[in-house]
Design a protein around this ligand. Structure first.
Ligand SMILES: Cc1cc2nc3c(=O)[nH]c(=O)nc-3n(C[C@H](O)[C@H](O)[C@H](O)COP(=O)(O)O)c2cc1C
Length: 166
């Protein structure tokens, strides 16, 4: 599968098999995330991987976001300089998309669950995961083997495209 095929095949998966995700697949996902672009290349990201069912249940209950996915990656920003302060959410969004695309290649399904910029979800995620004060959760990525098939699709819309100016 080439990268454009993977982009079109990536869909939000909301039904998962119970089978666990192998540790080496987490490594490949995280490597893809950390290969993303970041402002001034400050890479202000940190990741909390959760495959403990009790911890997953606790986080999902607090976020009111139930899921059958057997694992999740919480993408966080930990800025250490001005560029990181300014761009951490953008940098972490780029890392998140890289993870979603790598998952397609690995046969895994994913779904981006919003945390940032919702104050209650941020506070709940901080509390359940024990995040330090300088660590900002961007999102939860549910991860697992899909139990539903969604067709690849394009959402190309010519009316959104302007050439040489609006
Ligand atoms: C910033 C952001 C927040 C999202 N939050 C949620 C969420 O909380 N729950 C959920 O089920 N899907 C969430 N999604 C997934 C979107 O609903 C999904 O991407 C959209 O419906 C398009 O479907 P597709 O991903 O299959 O292309 C989120 C996606 C983004 C980019």
């Amino acid at each position: 599968m080439n990268v454009i095929e993977a982009i079109l095949a990536r869909r939000s998966v909301r039904e998962y098999e119970a089978r666990p995700v192998e540790r080496e697949k987490f490594r490949a996902l995280l490597e893809a995330g950390m290969a993303g672009p970041s402002g001034m290349n400050t890479r202000p990201w940190a990741f909390v991987v959760i495959d403990d069912p009790a911890r997953l249940d606790e986080l999902r209950a607090r976020l009111n976001k139930p899921s059958t996915a057997p694992a999740a990656i919480v993408v966080c920003g930990q800025p250490v300089d001005d560029a990181g302060q300014r761009y951490w959410a953008l940098d972490c969004a780029a890392a998140t998309e890289n993870i979603l695309l790598a998952a397609v290649e690995l046969g895994l399904g994913t779904c981006w669950i919003a945390v940032h910029p919702k104050p209650d979800a941020i506070a709940a995620t901080r509390e359940v995961l024990g995040l330090p004060a300088d660590v900002n959760p961007l999102c939860v990525i549910n991860v697992g083997y899909p139990a539903e098939q969604k067709e690849p699709r394009t959402q190309y819309d010519d009316s959104r495209v302007h050439w040489q100016g609006w």
